[in-house]
Design a protein around this ligand. Sequence first.
Ligand code: OAD
Ligand code: ZN
Length: 248
Amino acid sequence: SETEDLVAMVREARRVVAFTGAGISTECGIPDFRSPGGLWATNRPIDYDSFVSSAGMRREAWRRVFAMEPVFRAAEPGRGHRALAHLVRIGKASAIITQNIDNLHQRSGVPAGRIVELHGNGSYATCLGCGLRHELDEIRGPFLETEEPPACRGCGGMVKTATVSFGQTMPEDEMARAAEEAEACDLFLAIGSSLVVYPAAGFPLMAKRAGARLVIVNREPTDLDPFADMTITSDIGDSLVALTQLNA
Ligand code: OAD
Ligand code: ZN
């Protein structure tokens, strides 16, 4: 079966890198972007320039953050997160490169140093001016109806969730780290991503070019399927759960 083939490939691999998208978290109750009914249709992301230039857009962005917050808080890591955490724990996987901002890899027990947050993290905020971290609790308040969200307590600058919006610069360190990991692995698992958002979606091919085998686990076909050594279209949790049995 596909699952047995996947387990065999992981067992044979020396150094695995997982690359994840929103599809790994749908079984945890967090909607993805591009599936029918996903966030792309209901809440198309607010881009960086709109956030910075429009008070109304900032209010809307924060309204969404606090609307989604209980969903993120209620979510627990799923079978996919747990399987990948296991691969890191036994020393099989060197890194999890994620596009997700839901903090579930972190909460599944993977050390922060093994997670590459390509699109940042939605569980806290940072100042766009000085980078100072702010907790969501410091920001929540009545401002959503009327005024501006609170300014940075350090420099008075504009505060935004620590996520990367469209039009915002990618985090340099994370991009460099992702490239290193993609080039050093011998098996690259792309899991639950439509693989349409660049530069993130460039890493599977970077790994492939550097000689790794590429496995794509995704319900829907992706543009990179022709380059994959194996594609698995079954449910992610069902497909990955068997990896939890592997030993070092
Ligand atoms: P998408 O919503 O584009 O893709 C998620 C993929 O997961 C879809 O192709 C689904 O078919 C698949 N999927 C969902 N649940 C699944 C399951 N249980 N089993 C198997 N497959 C499943 O999400 P991403 O690729 O993560 O960027 O989106 C990329 C980026 O676009 C996000 O990081 C975000 C978004 O706009 C920014 O915010 C900058
Ligand atoms: Zn500041």
